[in-house]
Design a protein around this ligand. Structure first.
Ligand SMILES: Nc1ncnc2c1ncn2[C@@H]1O[C@H](COP(=O)(O)OP(=O)(O)OP(=O)(O)O)[C@@H](O)[C@H]1O
Length: 261
């Protein structure tokens, strides 16, 4: 199962944002998309999901043009996991997750026993079953992000497209969520996520893609794509790459800054 955007061109009111961007996601991989603020990452995700139509270029799902898929069919293949938001109503975690069953049940039908069992299984799998009856508005950011992932899994989608899922989470929740996404990829889900932290793809991410000047300028193994030169190109800062004694890449650190500890 895969989704692919090829040679995408897109402009907002005549102002070009994407100028030939190509990016694909397959089941079983965790892919990080990096780009500076305003580079067009969210726009590219929305185009991949069919929420925005490119001026030029093609989006295909399993090799078939996106336009040929019905919304409900598509919802059971690809799910969008938005940034954590505050819901207008205090739905419970279980109710939010159950919303993912809508493409399967239809808008006018209440979820049945099978839908409830499916959601219960997912909440347990994600380790948030104990939060099921808590209000979504009264749980932490990390727990909300897991609830939104539960909603996507309840949709039965195998491909998850996530816009900055780690933004606003404390360090512990970032590590735990990244770990969870890595395991979902191992279980056969495809996960595409944007991030602003070039250190995150150094652990657990099979592929990283860089969006620069409207195009994907590099797409491959983090060890090959994430170089000090690439970080300079992306963000305009000089960094050095810290290595472990066995040669593995550990983290980027800005050069020229005083080391205090
Ligand atoms: N609805 C819109 N109308 C006009 N311009 C827009 C609209 N949405 C986004 N833009 C502009 O398009 C460019 C790309 O925006 P986009 O949100 O895709 O970037 P991004 O890489 O996701 O940014 P960030 O990392 O800051 O979230 C930006 O310059 C943004 O201001």
């Amino acid at each position: 199962m895969s989704i692919a955007a090829r040679d995408i061109h897109f402009a907002y009111r005549g102002r070009p944002v994407l100028t030939g961007a190509s990016l694909a996601l397959s089941a079983g991989e965790l892919v990080c998309l990096l780009g500076s603020n305003g580079a067009g990452k969210s726009t590219l995700l929305r185009i991949l999901l069919g929420l925005q139509r490119p001026g030029r270029g093609a989006v295909t799902v399993d090799g078939e043009p996106l336009a040929g898929w019905q919304r409900r069919q598509l919802a059971r293949l690809v799910a969008y996991v938005p940034q954590v938001h505050v819901a207008p109503f205090p739905y419970t975690v279980r109710q939010v997750a159950l919303m993912g069953r809508l493409p399967a049940t239809g808008l006018l039908k209440a979820p049945g026993a099978a839908d409830r069992a499916c959601v219960q299984g997912i909440l347990e799998h994600l380790g948030i079953a104990h939060l099921a009856e808590r209000a979504y508005t009264e749980i932490s950011g990390g727990e909300r992000q897991l609830t939104l992932i539960a909603r996507a899994l309840a949709q039965e989608a195998r491909l998850l497209v996530m816009d900055e899922p780690l933004a606003g989470l404390d360090y512990g929740n970032q590590v735990r969520l990244l770990d969870r996404l890595e395991r979902l990829a191992e279980e056969g889900y495809g996960v595409l996520m944007t991030t602003h932290d070039p250190n995150q793809p150094l652990t657990g991410c099979q592929r990283v893609a860089l969006l620069v000047d409207g195009r994907i300028t590099a797409d491959g193994h983090p060890g090959e794509v994430l170089t000090a030169a690439a970080i300079h190109l992306l963000y305009g800062v000089h960094v050095e790459l810290l290595h472990a004694t066995d040669g593995r890449r550990l983290a980027f650190r800005p050069t020229g800054r005083r080391v205090i500890a």
